[in-house]
Design a protein around this ligand. Structure first.
Ligand code: PMP
Ligand code: GLN
Length: 376
């Protein structure tokens, strides 16, 4: 693991703390989630839900995950055998890759990748084969996808809505991914942690819902983004029983179980009426609009921002040439922290001038950040 040093989130959050700059780097909200969800967790602590939960997770949460899958997507999973609660989506992705890959197997992944993916692939002694979503539109290049698949490919690793680009893959793009997976008989790990955070009327379409996909897909999600509780680290996978057993074989020896009192709280969240989840999304979309306005006023071209917490800018539009240098100087120049997108890319040169800003903050914070950036 020598190649993997401190994560960019740790570095940039430290920079924000040291300089007092507004932290639009690491993606975490500055307000808490729905009251019922918070209250249920507090009550669970007081009511003694404080010991190891069952290895697969509390029944009430596994049932809520299945009810949510059916209500939102028409996908049916058996709560007894086809759901596993994990310590966040991070563990879900890592345990899935460790379970499914032998040393030397290849993992074809949408690039740029969320930062834990490359590390998890390395821990599995597998090989990452990136398929790059290129600026400015970050569209899936189906020819590049087909070219990346070889006889050694074992897993297709997908993330939509996508961090860090903010893309929400279209039905056509998802269909292309599904066709390749079926054609080459691949396992699919699909990270959908931003499933409820899609903007401008875009639907979230789970890859497991496409023909031939349910039986080969490990669908990953988590409570952190949907309910603004990123520190709770309650995630889950939904998959056919043999795949869940395989993932749990790894998971039982990494954490065994965790987050006991948060599990019933997340169950309450998943059962909230759709309008409540839509209100969370609408508030986030308004935050996106506010920040995008400020970025435009600063002369920055914005990209993506169809979903997630993130919008990218191309700093070439203000005559800058390197995102890392720009982000290191931004606290001093503007009192704002952002993240250089190149660190998520297999080939950093392909994204040298892209910078990611998070907009999951209160409107007054975003307005202040926008004002500061406009003075750049
Ligand atoms: N996947 C993606 C795409 C993410 O952006 C994040 C979090 N920021 C995670 C996984 C991690 O989720 P969790 O906090 O539930 O481990
Ligand atoms: N997912 C968050 C982001 O992309 C960060 C999570 C972390 O700090 N590991 O900003």
């Amino acid at each position: 693991m020598r190649a993997f040093r401190s994560t960019v989130f740790a570095e940039m959050t430290q920079l924000a703390t040291a300089t007092g700059a507004i932290n639009l780097g690491q993606g975490f909200p500055d307000t808490d989630g729905p009251e019922e969800v918070l209250e249920t967790a507090a009550r669970a602590v007081r009511d003694g839900v404080n010991q190891y939960p069952p290895a697969l997770g509390h029944t009430v949460l596994r049932e809520a995950v299945c009810a949510h899958q059916e209500a939102w997507y028409g996908l049916r999973y058996d709560p007894a055998t086809e759901v596993l609660v994990t310590t966040g989506a991070t563990e879900a992705v890592a345990a899935s890759l460790l379970a499914l890959c032998d040393p030397g197997d290849e993992v074809v992944a949408l690039d740029p990748t969320y930062d834990s993916y490359a590390a998890a692939v390395a821990m599995a002694h597998a090989v990452l084969r990136p398929v790059t979503l290129r600026a400015p539109d970050f569209a899936l290049d189906v020819a590049a996808l087909r070219a990346a698949v070889t006889g050694r490919t074992r897993v297709l690793l997908v993330n939509s809505p996508h961090n860090p680009t903010g893309r929400v893959l279209t039905e056509e793009e998802l269909r292309a991914l599904a066709e390749v997976a079926v054609e080459h008989d691949l396992w699919v790990v699909c990270d959908e942690v931003y499933e409820h955070l899609t903007f401008d009327g875009r639907p979230h379409l789970p890859l497991a819902g496409f023909p031939g996909m349910r039986e080969r897909t490990v669908q990953v999600s988590s409570a952190g983004k949907t309910f603004s509780v990123t520190g709770w680290k309650i995630g889950w996978v939904c998959a056919p029983a043999p795949l869940v057993r395989a993932v749990n074989t790894v998971k039982q020896f990494t954490t065994f179980s965790g987050g006991a009192p948060f599990q019933p709280a997340v169950a309450v969240g998943l059962g909230l009426p759709p309008a409540r989840l839509q209100a969370i999304r609408d508030r986030l979309q308004a935050g996106r609009d506010l920040l995008v306005q400020g970025l435009h006023a600063a002369g920055l071209q914005t990209l993506g921002a169809e979903g997630t917490y993130f919008v990218n800018v191309d700093i070439a539009s203000i005559g800058e040439s390197d995102g890392i240098a720009f982000c290191r100087s931004l606290p001093e120049r503007a009192g704002v922290v952002a993240v250089p997108s190149q660190v998520f890319h297999a080939d950093p040169d392909s994204a040298r001038t892209l910078v990611r800003f998070a907009f999951c903050k209160r409107p007054e914070v975003l307005a202040e950040a926008a004002e500061r950036l406009a003075r750049l």
